[in-house]
Ligand binder design. Structure first.
Ligand SMILES: *Cc1c(COP(=O)(O)O)cnc(C)c1O
Length: 339
């Protein structure tokens, strides 16, 4: 199977499997697991943050950040198509008990005036604005420049509202911008990133911030059921992900351009050029040409897995398990299908 549904589908590498086998582990609720400690230190050094915490998933990490930064009834600013608003099952209202205020903008690039106007003044009618969320790389396949990040952060300092960065794919963003990942992370008070996407670890994400923030988050993680015991097995795979799999992301980005250029030559397919910054290509294919179910099942019968559309768009994602040869076969099959 050639699986283009996501980069979450990646298999752990042989090295990960080997090192997991012999990982030193302990009970991390007692803070006895030296491997998870090593991973947390490695991650905080890499991102230039004081402390880090292993969490089971990206959604868990984002929601834990909201839960730690805010109080019940507060308001959190997000972009209209952010993961936190769109893809986290409404968790913000259940766990942190906050209200999300969404701002319409392309790829999470807030207009600074609009953002400033959305931060609440002190008024008896208003909830308190206690967090601004930024997503980079954005789930729509585009990346926010460090200039924009810094503008948002400057405003957040002025207004004394912290910034949480949903950096599920922060290493893709850094690769695309050609900057050190620290130069993105420095524009946020807390950062979440995923080990289990393009970096190929089987499970896990990291939440980072100040020592004080992470200590508070550690207790709330326990409340959420995320106090894990011999988690060093997963942390060992996470270490391999950070040590060995970051540089490789460039290949996924090159492969997506390779694929996009070929898709672009097919008349029936309309790719979205301005959102090709990372390992994703989005395109439209009119229902009058082929029905979504027929397209998806044709490819599936030929050994290619893709998702159906979201908001009318197909999304293909490259990853460590997808080669250029695989993409040539995908192109051949799509052409066959459409003819
Ligand atoms: C994948 C993703 C998440 C959530 O990660 P899970 O591990 O799937 O819960 C959060 N934000 C963004 C932008 C993502 O792409």
């Amino acid at each position: 199977m050639i699986d283009l549904r996501s980069d979450t589908v990646t298999q752990p590498t042989d090295k990960m499997r080997e090192r997991m086998f012999s990982a030193k582990v302990g009970d991390d609720v007692y803070e006895d697991d030296e491997t998870v400690k090593k991973l947390e230190e490695y991650a905080s050094d890499l991102l230039g943050k004081e402390a880090a915490l292993f969490v089971p998933s990206g959604t868990f990490g984002n929601q834990l950040a909201l839960f730690t930064h805010t109080n019940r009834g507060d308001e959190v600013i997000v972009s209209h198509d952010s993961h936190i608003l769109y893809h986290e099952v409404g968790a913000a209202s259940v766990i942190a008990g906050v209200q999300l205020r969404s701002i319409e903008c392309f790829g999470g690039r807030y207009d600074i005036k609009k953002l400033e106007n959305s931060i609440r003044e002190d008024d008896i009618h208003y909830p308190k604005t206690s967090l601004i969320c930024v997503e980079n790389a954005h789930g729509n396949g585009s990346v926010i420049s460090t200039g924009k990040m810094s503008e948002i952060y400057d405003l957040s300092r002025k207004k004394e509202v912290p910034v949480h960065l949903d950096g599920a794919r922060i290493f893709n963003a850094a690769t695309s911008l050609g900057v050190d990942v620290k130069d993105i992370a420095k524009y946020a008070d807390s950062v979440m990133f995923c080990l289990s996407k393009g970096l190929c670890a089987p499970v896990g994400s990291m939440l980072l911030g100040t020592k004080e923030f992470i200590e508070k988050a550690r207790k709330k993680r326990k409340l959420m059921g995320g106090g894990l015991r011999q988690v060093g097995f997963l942390a060992e795979a996470g270490l391999v992900a950070l040590e060995e799999m970051v540089e490789r992301l460039k290949e996924d980005h090159d492969n997506i351009i390779y694929l996009a250029d070929k898709l672009d030559k097919i008349e029936e397919i309309k790719i979205i050029r301005e959102r090709l910054d990372i390992n994703m290509v989005f395109f439209m294919l009119d229902e009058s040409i082929i029905k979504e179910n027929d397209f998806v099942s044709y490819l599936l019968n030929k050994g290619i897995k893709i998702n159906g559309t979201e908001d009318g768009e197909y999304r293909l994602v490259t990853n460590n398990d997808i080669s250029k040869e695989n993409l040539d076969y995908v192109m051949k099959t799509i052409k066959e299908c459409l003819s």
